[in-house]
Ligand binder design. Structure first.
Ligand code: BES
Ligand code: MN
Ligand code: ZN
Length: 496
């Protein structure tokens, strides 16, 4: 993993293989690192900026040799976009791009700096997270030269100061903890479904949990049947892979609040008998990204010794078609006693979540939050980068969205219109599992709402941002670990 350090000296004095300066559109015209570096380099930086048409836009970059003008062998710029002051989100992306630049030119040691008029530790935390996450790779299945170890070994942050050393140390520690949690979630998501089975997911996460001092409870099919989790087990009955209900709990000695996190843990979603197309099924190993996020986050909460009780629940299973699969028209009984008529076996996530939410309510939480790759409709509504947030509680929604904003994860509130709930009425049961086509993300949310009573609840549909088809900054292709940082920031705020 990347060795991440901090140095308060002038970045221009850093003796590294590559010095990267993040540069916004507004920074090009004002005094600072750029002009000072350019003076020492005899004008080659300004010339490179002109030749490469570098405008400071996010995603732009350039590299030039310093020819002994600076201790650093090369100097690089990464764009950071508009605005007079870089946001945490922009810095995270820029630091990720700086790491990519280092990898692409084969620089083992990179220094990273940026320009700011009001320096703050939040910026340091964001840059450190971005660098750490930008260095993430999932290469265990690559052979030969494609698996070359990353040439980048160390990154030194040279933040615009001055800063209190205790504050910066705490910011770096949070960034390392958050970065590690995101990397763990990405690893879980990126593994093929044949490897990351419910049993493997339980094994891996409970290993981390025990090391961090969490309580671990893993229920098998028989134990879940005993409890009466009829919805969850119906989804699981078509698969030869054994289901696992994972319950990890961080219980600090003193605590004021109890939060329950629920994650969708469908390790492969074929659609069941309402089978998906090849195209629709291609990325469905990622259908456990919600589980990955909550499991990684609760472990990090324990590692950080947060003074707040946190439970993570994941009802893990495959959704498969087979002779034993659940069928259209089946009427199932949930853990809380409601009956549900199945009109689409591909709407399996809400079934597994409903029983997990009921289990969660029995823990008497102050708040319950679920994360799920739940609907294609949410991706149609908000695009691939933004999660949909639904809630029955204004205060909780506001607190959570503020934490999401701080983490740089894009989320947008969606409504839960009572009129749409009529679509979930069944002739022969309490509920149907799907409504009509329009508003599919909302009817999924409304279905879940039936199972949370009046406990403050937030539902986050991460079907879009859970995996990425293009790389940008600190987020590479594949599993993104989306949700982990927002959860962690929410828990840190709730604990404070
Ligand atoms: N796992 C899918 C949702 C999904 C789609 C996640 C695309 C990521 C990318 C979910 O189980 C599903 O199949 N949802 C159906 C619901 C429908 C049957 C009401 C969907 O979105 O089509
Ligand atoms: Mn499905
Ligand atoms: Zn699914």
């Amino acid at each position: 993993m990347l060795e991440l350090g901090l140095d308060s000296k002038d970045p221009l004095d850093c003796d590294v293989d590559l010095l990267v300066i993040a540069c916004g559109e507004a920074d090009l015209g004002r005094p600072g690192h750029l002009d000072r570096a350019d003076a020492r380099l005899g004008g080659i930086l300004r010339r490179a900026i002109a030749d490469e048409r570098f405008q400071g836009k996010s995603g732009q970059s350039l590299v030039a040799h310093t020819n002994g003008g600076l201790p650093a062998r090369r100097i690089g710029l990464v764009g950071i976009g508009p605005g007079s002051e870089p946001s945490g989100r922009a810095l995270r992306i820029a630091a990720g791009n700086a790491v990519r630049l280092g990898v692409s030119v084969g620089a083992p040691h990179v220094a990273f700096s940026w320009m700011a008029t009001t320096p703050g530790v939040a910026a340091i935390e964001a840059a450190a997270e971005g660098a750490w996450l930008g260095a993430y790779r999932f290469d265990r299945y690559l052979t030969d030269e494609r698996r070359r170890p990353t040439p980048l070994v160390a990154l030194t942050l040279c933040p615009p100061g001055p800063h209190d050393p205790a504050d910066t140390a705490a910011a770096l520690a949070r960034a390392r903890s958050g970065g590690r949690a995101v990397a763990r979630a990405r690893d879980l998501v990126n593994e093929p479904a044949g490897v990351m089975t419910p049993a493997r997911l339980a094994e891996l996460s409970s290993g981390w949990a025990r090391e961090a001092g969490l309580q671990v409870e893993v229920l098998d099919r028989a134990a879940c049947a005993e409890l009466g989790m009829g919805l969850y087990l119906a989804v699981a009955q078509g698969s030869t892979e054994a289901p696992r209900f994972i319950h990890l709990a961080w219980k600090p000695a003193t605590t004021r609040r109890r939060v329950v996190l629920v994650g969708k843990g469908v390790t492969f979603d074929s659609g069941g008998l309402s089978i998906k197309t090849n195209e629709g099924m291609l990325d469905m190993k990622t259908d456990m990204a919600g589980a990955a996020a909550v499991l990684a986050a609760v472990v990090a909460a324990g590692e950080e010794r947060l003074p707040i009780e946190v439970h993570a629940l994941a009802a893990c299973t495959e959704n498969m078609p087979s002779g034993s699969a659940y069928k259209l028209g089946d009427v199932l009984r949930s853990l809380d006693g409601k009956t549900v008529e199945i009109n689409n076996t591909d709407a399996e996530g809400r079934l597994t979540l409903a029983d997990a939410l009921t289990f969660g309510l029995r823990l008497r939480p102050d708040a319950i939050l679920d994360f799920a790759t739940l609907t294609g409709a949410c991706v149609v509504a908000l695009g691939p980068h933004t999660a949909g947030v639904m809630s029955n509680d204004e205060a909780l929604a506001a607190t959570f969205l503020a934490a999401a904003e701080q983490s740089g994860e894009e989320m947008w509130r969606l409504p839960l219109p009572p009129r749409l709930a009529e679509q979930l009425k069944s002739e022969i049961a309490d509920l149907k599992n799907t409504g009509e086509r329009w508003g599919g993300a909302l009817t999924a949310g409304l279905f879940l709402k039936e199972f949370v009573g009046d406990i403050p609840w937030v539902h986050v549909d991460i079907a879009g941002p859970a995996s990425a088809s293009k790389e940008q900054g600190h987020v590479g292709k594949g599993g993104t670990g989306f949700g982990v940082l927002s959860i962690l920031n929410y828990l840190r705020r709730s604990a404070a």
